[in-house]
Design a protein around this ligand. Structure first.
Ligand code: SF4
Ligand code: SF4
Length: 445
């Protein structure tokens, strides 16, 4: 019998909360705590809250398996107090199994699900700057990941993704779709759009990015927004404009820093200082060590979308800066582990509803019930990189017949990553550089 880490790797399990970190790496670690992250703090998304009800048994089994593998003495499912249906379902299942899994109930604030925020709020441990939860003996997995982990031990690879379709759609819904399904097929299942001109975000309305046209193992939601929606304009705005605004519109009020969840944890993350430096001179003229704190940014969007009273986007500027620094080979240098959270942290937590109102998505905050039957589609385009690490190499060629669940791509031996599997049975029509297109028999060409 292979180890849990091997089973999880073979099944292609990666972080389902949006990060895509290969789960087998965590399953091979040692830790005192296992935390199942069910905080789901982005507005409009309903995936984790409904999975915790519908798949309570598999989730608890997944938490137990992960805890056993890493040698954890405490196993905790962290979710919001307001998810009463999930709390009831999990408590019932814990009692039925006589499980030692505990629940930790969180307030409804953003970003409760950020790993570093979560670890502190659940365990009181502070992840070092630039570190990961495993540095303080904690393994964190999204609840969907742990359900997939449980299925991996039954030989079931990741072929489907549960996501919420919301925004300008007739019937908001949460449903299971084959990995690689096309967004128009999924939106049709939500009754179609209610506007003619729209953009689709892959993920939540805060941290989501414009959709590639098909979904991956990491897609938590598809949010349809009108092309002139505030969030679309924010995300579409050219980075050059954001950088110019930092120089002429930033009045150094420091609201961005005072609300930054990483700053409030005690990290040296001060976006107003980065805006000042960028505003005063070109980034390539600033000593890299002065910008090193950019690496501490979680890209939560609080500074630009919630805090800044003008129209500056520190989150976008910092993201561009990090890309540039990585290209230039600037190493992360802030790795401090001795610090204390800011005393006003509790009072600065941002209610999700207030953030949703600020970015104008409260009007889309409707039920998106979980559809029992998975969506059936006749074509998929399966990305070869759905994880942190290196892309998969294709294991199939055009014209080849594949069955659902068959491994069709894998990373080179010894590289970080996870394999991908056919999510429908059919014929491989194309092998692109970045994806594999499969069509089921009998569907229109
Ligand atoms: S996006 Fe802004 S608020 Fe969030 S961690 Fe980065 S600097 Fe802080
Ligand atoms: S909140 Fe906006 S204006 Fe204030 S310091 Fe930050 S970027 Fe500048």
């Amino acid at each position: 019998m292979s180890s849990l880490a091997e089973q999880v790797r073979e099944a292609g399990v990666v972080g389902a909360g949006g990060a895509g970190f290969p789960t087998h790496v965590k399953a091979a670690a040692r830790a005192e705590f296992v935390i199942a992250n069910g905080a789901e703090c982005e507005p409009l998304l309903r995936v984790d809250q409904q999975l915790m009800i519908a798949e309570a048994s598999e989730l608890i089994r997944g938490v137990e398996l992960m805890s056993e593998a890493v040698g954890a003495s405490r196993s905790i499912i962290a979710l919001k107090k307001k998810y009463q249906g999930a709390i009831d379902a999990l408590r019932t299942e814990i009692a039925r199994r006589e499980s030692r899994v505990e629940l930790s109930l969180l307030g409804s604030y953003y970003p409760a699900g950020d790993e570093q925020v979560l670890v502190y709020d659940v365990t009181g441990r502070l992840v070092p700057e630039g570190g990961i939860p495993m540095d303080v003996g904690v393994v964190v997995n999204n609840v969907g990941t742990l359900i997939n982990l449980c299925r991996a031990t039954e030989g079931r690879p990741v072929t489907h993704r549960v996501l919420t379709v919301a925004g300008e759609v007739r019937r908001p819904v949460t449903l299971s779709v084959p990995v690689g399904a096309f967004v128009e097929d999924i939106i049709a299942a939500a009754g179609g759009t209610t506007v003619d001109e729209y953009e689709i975000l892959d993920g939540g309305p805060i941290m989501g990015a414009f959709s590639s046209g098909y979904v991956s193992k990491k897609t938590t939601g598809l949010i349809v927004l009108p092309t002139d929606h505030k969030q679309v304009l924010y995300k579409r705005r050219a980075i050059e404009i954001d950088i110019k605004r930092a120089s002429w519109a930033c009045d150094q009020c420091r609201y961005c820093t005072d609300h930054c969840p990483r700053y409030l944890l005690g990290h040296r993350m001060e976006p107003h200082i980065i805006m000042r430096l960028i505003g005063q001179q070109r980034a390539d003229c600033i000593p890299p060590e002065d910008l090193a704190e950019a690496y501490l940014c979680s890209q939560c969007g609080v500074c630009g979308m919630y805090a800044c009273p003008t129209t500056i986007s520190p989150d976008k500027v910092i993201s561009a800066l990090v890309e540039e620094m990585k290209e230039k080979g600037v190493k992360e240098s802030l790795l401090r582990s001795e610090f204390t959270p800011h005393p006003v942290r509790e009072g600065r937590k941002i209610p999700v509803s207030r953030f949703a109102a600020r970015i104008d998505v409260l009007r889309y905050d409707r039920d998106a019930p979980l559809q029992k039957e998975p969506l059936t589609v006749s074509r998929v385009r399966i990305p070869l990189q759905q994880h942190v690490g290196v892309p998969c190499n294709p294991l199939v060629s055009a014209g080849e017949r594949v069955e659902k669940g068959m491994k069709i791509g894998d990373v080179p031996e010894g590289s970080l990553g996870a394999p991908v599997h056919a999510s429908i049975s059919g014929t491989v029509e194309h092998v692109f550089d970045d994806s594999i297109f499969i069509r089921s028999p009998g569907s229109p060409g």
